[in-house]
Ligand binder design. Sequence first.
Ligand code: ADP
Length: 253
Amino acid sequence: MVHLEVRGRNAWVIPGVIESRGRPGRGGDMASHPVRVAVLGRPGSGKGTQSARLARVLGVPHISTGELLRAEIEQGSPVGRRAQEYVDSGQLAPDELVLMSLSRRLERDDVTRDGFVLDGFPRTIDQAVALDTLLAPHGLDAVVELMVPEREAAERLGARLVCPECGRSVSRDQRSGLCDHCGTVLARRTDDDADVIKRRFDVFESETRPLLEWLDHNGRLVAVDGDRSVSEVTRRVIAAVQAVLEHQRSSAP
Ligand code: ADP
């Protein structure tokens, strides 16, 4: 967990990473305008956990397209009914469905005022282009790739349980059977069985790998080693985002 230490009036510090002034909970000068960050990585790379932590530090909403689709499925909405077979089988849901759900979320006041950390979108070059159009004239400020070897990611997914209520994940090793946060009975995600995990990895290589190469080629990608402790990865993600935002600020006209 990253701790914000309050130092005097309106000043705080995230040890070793960000030192700034402004409203606690927002990343310093990053508070002066909406901050829009996307976190990408293969299934099991820790996108959900790290995006939630980054969003808390920046004081912006965490938006996961996987969570949005699972919520639509849970509600039995028209989008959910059409998305279910894709989510259950580990394939990408059609862009039209994901964009319908995502664009509704991006229109809300918290997002237009503060920005967001987007988790699991874009996953293809087409989705990146669609997102640029949705966000125009100001696109994403930073795109972070969490790099974790496939074997480690597969182990994590095979060992995880999730809270159906608040979405937190825990490793089965530490299982009490109940969510530490809200007390709900933990469950296995339906797409965390071995065949579906394999399909999700294949989709990542065929669909998302070209996007990562494209973003990298355009100088828009920051890679972070995700094969470390949760807190260490968080520290590095925050440092990476901070560096990108500072670079943008210093090179702005
Ligand atoms: P993971 O990245 O570990 O597979 P997510 O919760 O991010 O888990 O996504 C779960 C599923 O939701 C995906 O396998 C896919 O079916 C669907 N999904 C999520 N994001 C997208 C997206 N950007 N485009 C298409 N489908 C998506």
